[in-house]
Design a binder for this molecule. Structure first.
Ligand SMILES: [Zn+2]
Length: 110
């Protein structure tokens, strides 16, 4: 189990912020689409809004993928820069390399 003394707190906070943002974009896609549908938004407007939301979501996932693990320093959600990505991104909170978990680290900080 990681402790507050065993990892970089700044890297940890940046990773948590990026993860939170990506989760909001991923989860928000469906409510946005449903609200556009039920509010009878014009088809072009709805399509453009969902396409933009999807582009921002993919960008946030790519940004999250570039973050390093606070403990081992390797990419948190990927094998390597162009390697395989954790398919549970952004919902997984565990480093692919060392098993560092964000939940345990957050509990240790309290
Ligand atoms: Zn790690």
């Amino acid at each position: 189990m990681a402790s507050a003394h065993g990892f970089d707190l700044d890297t940890f906070e940046r990773l948590r912020r990026a993860r939170r943002l990506a989760v909001v974009f991923v989860i928000g896609y469906l409510p946005l689409g449903l609200s556009l549908f039920f509010l009878n938004a014009p088809q072009f407007t709805g399509t453009v809004a969902l396409a933009l939301w999807l582009a921002v979501t993919l960008a946030s996932l790519w940004y999250l993928r570039t973050h390093e693990c606070p403990r081992c320093g390797q990419l948190f959600y990927a094998d390597s820069k162009w390697g395989q990505t954790n398919l549970r991104i952004p919902f997984s909170g565990q480093c692919m390399h060392c098993g560092f978990t964000l939940a345990h680290a957050a509990e240790d900080r309290l």
